[in-house]
Design a protein around this ligand. Structure first.
Ligand SMILES: NC(=O)c1ccc[n+]([C@@H]2O[C@H](COP(=O)([O-])OP(=O)(O)OC[C@H]3O[C@@H](n4cnc5c(N)ncnc54)[C@H](O)[C@@H]3O)[C@@H](O)[C@H]2O)c1
Ligand SMILES: O=c1ccn([C@@H]2O[C@H](COP(=O)(O)OP(=O)(O)O[C@H]3OC[C@@H](O)[C@H](O)[C@H]3O)[C@@H](O)[C@H]2O)c(=O)[nH]1
Length: 387
């Protein structure tokens, strides 16, 4: 039968029931797989959609049969939410609008989703003495201090001006008309609320700040499994361009820098948080890969090269094209210049380190994209448009 499992302090891990809100999304789908494949825990999976976890739900003969239960719930208005949180030992809240194309074009929905809709979750956990793992974002750091220095300042090379530390870095957003920051600001306020519930009412919480987690099942391919005019996050945008043999669009020259971490590495960190409450409670964790830093332009070049390898198709003569942020995202867009996570806290508390290089994670992800979408895209492109 199942062998006993132990946490980082050598204590046996007891099976728990986890209320996972937003379980049908990109991160949720990978977290559900990890929990079902490798632990005895039960999941109450809440979401409006379940396409990305269908493979975990459909067959009763699957070995985890009764350990996952899907509840189609919109947390904006559903009286079942409190009952499901009460039935669980731990709540993980992933639900959010989290695509930059929405932040400046649907700022109200963005603020409601990331702050107002998360309020009852925090309240029910606090009132019922339940543990909460809340998903925030690296965007709460906003811009680096270094970005305000003159372009030729040698201080820009000093890590003190750009490394992002949970307990020391300030949160630097743009002006109010730069509505891009509606998301970061809402996430910051919900972080402060969770933290205050911990300080004043003893809520046991962990806050996660993901730094660009990427991998299979991220977002959608426009016109295939998402709206034609939809703009997903950069991995899916570039995948879509590659699948359609179009140049990859570099917003404002693709000069912004990001660090990308493989979803499967990042999920290991979340499982450590779940199973080591004594080490994770009261903490805010950066979860990213400081070694996988590239400019968006470099990301586009690497994805072009990797896609040619995994698909066997030649690259375009002009693989990228520049586009202004106003044209691509509309009025009110702004950007984070650089995002390198400090890893001291997660290293010390959980001993976690990411393993996968950017090249390797792109190779497995683009292999997945090609297998999943190439045929459908070919058919869609071949379809005569009705006149
Ligand atoms: N992927 C990343 O790199 C990243 C980076 C920073 C922060 N995050 C945060 O992590 C969390 C999950 O991100 P993701 O990448 O999996 O996004 P995602 O959009 O794939 O998943 C979010 C899920 O929440 C669900 N949801 C949204 N509103 C809901 C509601 N009112 N009721 C029920 N379900 C609702 C959506 O249907 C979706 O399935 C978000 O809070 C996001 O802000 C992710
Ligand atoms: O086609 C594209 C898409 C995106 N980009 C650029 O690529 C960079 C990354 O864009 P993403 O869509 O992945 O989103 P960002 O990294 O800016 O923000 C993300 O970070 C963390 C999370 O909270 C969210 O998932 C999201 O806000 C941005 O500089 C963007 O302007 C392009 O140059 N071309």
């Amino acid at each position: 039968m199942a062998t006993e499992r132990f946490n980082l302090d050598g204590r046996p891990i007891k099976p728990m029931t986890i209320c996972m809100i937003g379980a049908g999304g990109f991160i949720g789908s990978h977290l559900c797989e990890k929990i079902l494949y490798e632990t005895p825990h039960k999941i109450l999976a809440l979401d409006v959609y379940n396409d990305k976890i269908k493979h975990l739900l459909e067959s009763e003969s699957l070995p985890w049969g009764d350990r996952i239960q899907f509840h189609r719930i919109n947390i904006k208005h559903d009286s079942r939410l409190e009952g499901l949180i009460k039935m669980s030992d731990l709540t993980i809240n992933l639900a959010a609008i989290c695509t930059p194309a929405d932040y400046n074009t649907r700022p109200l929905d963005t603020i409601y989703s990331n702050f107002i809709d998360a309020l009852p979750v925090v309240k029910y956990c606090s009132e019922n003495g339940k543990r909460l793992i809340h998903f925030s974002t690296c965007e709460v750091y906003g811009k680096t201090i270094g970005s305000f220095l003159p372009k030729d300042s040698p201080l820009r090379e000093d890590p003190a001006y750009y490394i992002l530390k949970e307990n020391a870095s300030p949160c630097i957003f743009g002006s109010i008309e730069k509505q891009r920051w509606s998301y970061a600001c809402a996430k910051q306020l919900i972080e402060r609320l969770v933290y205050a519930e911990g300080a004043e009412n003893g809520l046991e919480f962990t806050i996660v700040r993901p730094f660009n987690w990427i991998g299979p099942r991220m977002d959608f391919i426009p016109g295939i499994d998402g709206p034609n005019e939809g703009v997903p996050r950069v991995l899916a945008c570039f995948s879509n361009n590659l699948l359609r043999r179009e140049p990859l669009k570099l917003v404002d020259g693709g000069q912004s820098q990001r660090t990308f971490v493989y979803i499967k590495d990042a999920i290991e960190a979340v499982l450590l948080m779940i199973e080591n409450p004594a080490r994770a409670n009261g903490q805010i964790f950066n979860v990213g890969n400081p070694h996988n830093e590239v400019t968006v332009r470099q990301l586009a070049e690497m994805m072009t090269e990797v896609y040619a390898k995994v698909s066997g198709e030649s690259s375009l003569e002009e693989p990228t094209i520049d586009v202004s942020s106003k044209e691509f995202y509309g009025e009110g867009y702004d950007d984070s210049d650089k995002r390198i996570p400090d890893m001291t806290i997660i290293n010390r508390q959980l001993g976690w380190n990411p393993k996968t290089s950017l090249w390797d994670l792109l190779e497995s992800t683009l292999t997945y994209q090609h297998r999943t979408y190439a045929e459908a895209v070919k058919k869609a492109v071949a379809k005569p448009t009705s006149s």
